[in-house]
Design a protein around this ligand. Structure first.
Ligand code: BTN
Length: 268
């Protein structure tokens, strides 16, 4: 059997791993999609139901934050979940933090591996990024929130040929290319979906903030804050209630950073 056929993601496998909880989701698995987020947002505009899940075995134009590309070779999980959560627009950010905690817990449950969260939405194992999250909103004609699409890219198995040169220093995977175990990815997907649902209804912001901070790998560390072309070193003091990163620069000035155009690099 080729590597690709071992631990294959299938609709039946995900549904079976979801068990009785499968009625909350409409799961579709495709061999190859440009971007599951782009496709699911279009479906959302056409009325796709709350709980629709689109999964690709590989993406040809996977998208990351800040218009970056997300490498999506066979071996990972590339999934998007559409929710109609009925929350105010300003609460959308909680969907991202909630998902970061949910994926970290699912990886622990299924794989026994403990990822840390790098503000705002990357999961790391050691000093390697293993997962990125891209949450996108679709608005109705009145500017209200129509639906949210949460995209998750999780590097489960390292690509046989290694990660591309540009991300080789940063990207990592939960397992080596040939460490495949049957049904692992279907179980991971099911666990992620269940945990997102449990944490969203009802949304407990206080608990979420505690869980998120407990997994943070930036608090107490020096980072480089990148804003446009400028870079400044700063010590991370806290992540506040609004999920802003509270930092202190070398000159003693403090600032609460919101996600927007800011990127934070860990210092090794
Ligand atoms: C990031 O690291 O900047 C976020 C990456 C998000 C990647 C996932 S893979 C599934 C979904 N479809 C996409 O095109 N992007 C997200």
């Amino acid at each position: 059997m080729t590597l690709e056929l071992r631990d294959r993601i299938t609709t039946e496998g995900v549904l079976s791993a979801l068990g009785k909880d499968q009625k909350a989701f409409f799961v579709e698995v495709k061999e190859e999609i440009m971007s599951t987020n782009t496709q699911l947002k279009a479906a959302g505009r056409n009325g796709a139901a709350d709980g629709t899940v689109l999964i690709a075995r590989r993406q040809t134009a996977g998208r990351g934050r800040m218009d970056r590309r997300f490498e999506s070779p066979e071996g990972g999980i590339y999934m998007s979940l559409l929710l109609r959560p009925g929350i105010p627009v300003e609460d959308i950010l909680y969907m991202t933090t909630l998902t970061a905690v949910a994926v970290a817990e699912a990886v622990e449950e299924v794989c026994g591996i403990h990822p840390g969260i790098k503000w705002v939405n990357d999961l790391y194992v050691g000093n390697r990024k293993v997962c990125g999250i891209l949450t996108e909103a679709v608005f109705d004609t009145d500017g209200g929130l129509d639906c949210v699409v949460i995209g998750i890219g999780l590097n489960v198995y390292a690509p046989k040929e290694g990660f591309p040169e540009e991300i080789r220093e940063i990207a990592g995977a939960l397992y080596g290319a040939d460490e495949r175990e049957e049904e692992r990815r279907n179980r991971l997907i099911a666990s992620v979906l269940n945990k997102i649902r449990q944490k969203s209804f009802p949304l407990d912001k206080r608990k979420l903030s505690i869980d998120y901070k407990n997994r943070s790998m930036v608090i107490g560390r020096w980072v480089t804050v990148c804003r446009g072309t400028t870079e400044r070193e700063a010590l991370v003091l806290d992540i506040n209630e609004e999920n802003h990163l509270v930092v202190r620069y070398g000159d003693g000035a403090e600032e609460a950073l919101s996600t927007g155009e800011i990127r934070v690099k860990l210092q090794r």
